[in-house]
Design a protein around this ligand. Structure first.
Ligand SMILES: NC(=O)C1=CN([C@@H]2O[C@H](COP(=O)(O)OP(=O)(O)OC[C@H]3O[C@@H](n4cnc5c(N)ncnc54)[C@H](O)[C@@H]3O)[C@@H](O)[C@H]2O)C=CC1
Ligand SMILES: O=C(O)CCC(=O)C(=O)O
Length: 429
């Protein structure tokens, strides 16, 4: 295991569930498959830059809190650092570092000219007022002002953040540099240069990858039974698009539990219900209450974890009854669970492919901004779909050529392209 010597601030979590250690293990597997030099592996195992800042905030009550804000920049070999910003109580530097590394492989796999980064603040956004969240976001941005920028590092939404936070970041950055800089973030509102289709993009990408994987088994989306953990930006968009395509969404959940219906849930009605119930779905009818643990082990064609890391573990992998697990979240399946699922013949569609629709449309947003020419949603969706289907096919071909699972196939493509770029730039022999 490679020592992450630049991540000294926290004691490692137990190895089997530490997201950073797991990301390094997958990287090591890819490096072995590609016969990469150990020195190169060591370079790729370390983030290039790790920034932790204090984010003081005066709460509405007058109390002052100091939060820890992170931004980890893993690689900028292919272009500006790129990746979302997460607001969640479980955010740690090691988690953010793992997610930054995944962004590097994801962008390389999709063939988009970005590096990888991720940011986050350990906070529960539901416990802060909008005014407090705005002050937190603006202070975090000011603290990172020298580390971000349209040619340097471009944040985007992740768990707990949305177009609203991106607008605050864009405004704070712009005020600091003295002119409007829409390109400092993606996933921003359309009124300030956001792209049509970005909000649904990750869920749309998940739908495309699931459709392709079912088609490879001779199955259609129509009538497919699907369970989705997480009903936020990604989970709810995927649920709606899959439902509209004729799939039967038999269960969905949020952090406080889920809803099940053997006949399939009315996803539009559920979205409307969540919108007026502080994003919660409990009490929705028709449907029965179900726990998150139960949802993960339902008999279905496709299980879509679209919330946090480490949801399918050694403890529950043997109970999973889906034929396909589509990783809409980043790292929802642990290393050991992945082995168990593969051994049982369950196809795991890896995160760096399955949830790449978001960063693809972020890239399309950046392209539109740079060219001052904005597209209609059909064009955005069309361009995104072409990139997603192309990447999916490449992963399938690589898996067949190397006789490896889809995750290792995706990693060898992403990591291999970074290794090639390092070599071509003369940075590594
Ligand atoms: N927003 C984006 O464009 C992208 C997001 N992702 C990944 O997708 C996942 C979800 O992100 P978003 O939908 O943006 O977040 P979000 O904050 O919009 O929604 C998260 C959802 O997960 C639920 N949740 C939280 N803790 C849970 C738990 N313990 N069990 C079950 N559900 C739980 C929440 O209640 C909420 O419904 C994350 O892993 C994120 O990194 C990946 C690529 C892009
Ligand atoms: O849209 C982006 O730039 C990043 C999305 C993201 O954070 C992710 O793919 O995990």
């Amino acid at each position: 295991m490679v020592e992450a010597s630049v991540l000294p601030l926290e004691a490692p979590s137990p190895a089997h569930i530490c997201p950073f250690d797991q990301a390094c293990s997958y990287l090591e597997q890819a490096a072995k498959e590609l016969q990469l030099d150990p020195g190169l592996l060591a370079v790729l195992s370390h983030p290039r830059k790790v920034v932790t800042v204090s984010v003081p905030v005066k709460l509405d009550s007058g109390e002052v809190q100091v939060l820890a804000g992170h931004r980890v920049q893993h690689s900028d070999i292919l272009g500006p650092y790129k990746g979302g910003i997460r607001y969640h109580p479980a955010v740690t530097l090691r988690e953010v570092s793992a997610l930054a590394m995944l962004m590097t492989w994801k962008c390389a796999l999709l063939g988009i000219p970005y590096g990888g980064a991720k940011g986050g603040i350990a906070l529960d956004p539901t416990r802060y007022s909008i005014g407090e969240l705005e002050r937190i976001t603006r202070r975090y941005t000011s603290e990172l002002i020298k580390d971000i920028g349209p040619a340097v590092d471009i944040p985007a939404p992740d768990m707990g953040t949305s177009a609203r936070e991106m607008a605050w970041i864009m405004d704070t950055y712009s005020v600091n540099v003295g002119h409007a800089v829409p390109g400092v973030v993606t996933g921003k509102p359309i009124s300030i240069g956001g792209s049509r289709g970005r909000e649904q993009a990750t869920g749309r990408g998940v739908t495309i990858v699931v459709r392709e994987a079912l088609a490879a088994r001779g199955q259609l989306l129509v009538g497919a039974r699907i369970a989705i953990q997480g009903f936020g930006n990604v989970g709810s968009a995927a649920a709606l698009l899959l439902h509209e395509a004729g799939a039967k969404i038999i269960a969905v959940s949020t952090g406080s539990g889920g809803i099940f219906s053997e006949k399939g849930l009315d996803i539009l009605a559920l979205k409307n219900y969540a919108a007026v119930n502080r994003k919660q779905i409990s009490g929705f009818t028709p449907g029965e209450s179900i726990t998150n643990a139960e949802l993960l082990t339902l008999p279905c064609d496709v299980l879509i974890p679209a919330a946090l890391e480490n949801q399918i573990t050694e403890e529950n992998a043997h109970q999973v009854q889906a034929s396909i697990v589509a990783e809409a979240a980043n790292a929802p399946v642990t290393l050991m669970a992945h082995k168990e699922l593969e051994a049982r013949g369950i196809t795991v569609l890896p995160d760096i492919l399955t949830n790449a629709g978001g960063v693809v449309v972020s890239y399309l947003e950046w392209v539109q901004g740079l060219s001052y020419l904005f597209w209609d949603e059909q064009r955005v969706n069309r361009e995104m779909e072409a990139l997603m289907v192309n990447a999916y096919q490449q992963v399938i071909e690589q898996s067949q050529k190397r006789q490896v699972p889809l995750r290792l196939a995706a990693y060898t493509l992403g990591v291999g392209r970074i290794a090639q770029a390092l070599s071509d730039r003369g940075l590594y022999p």
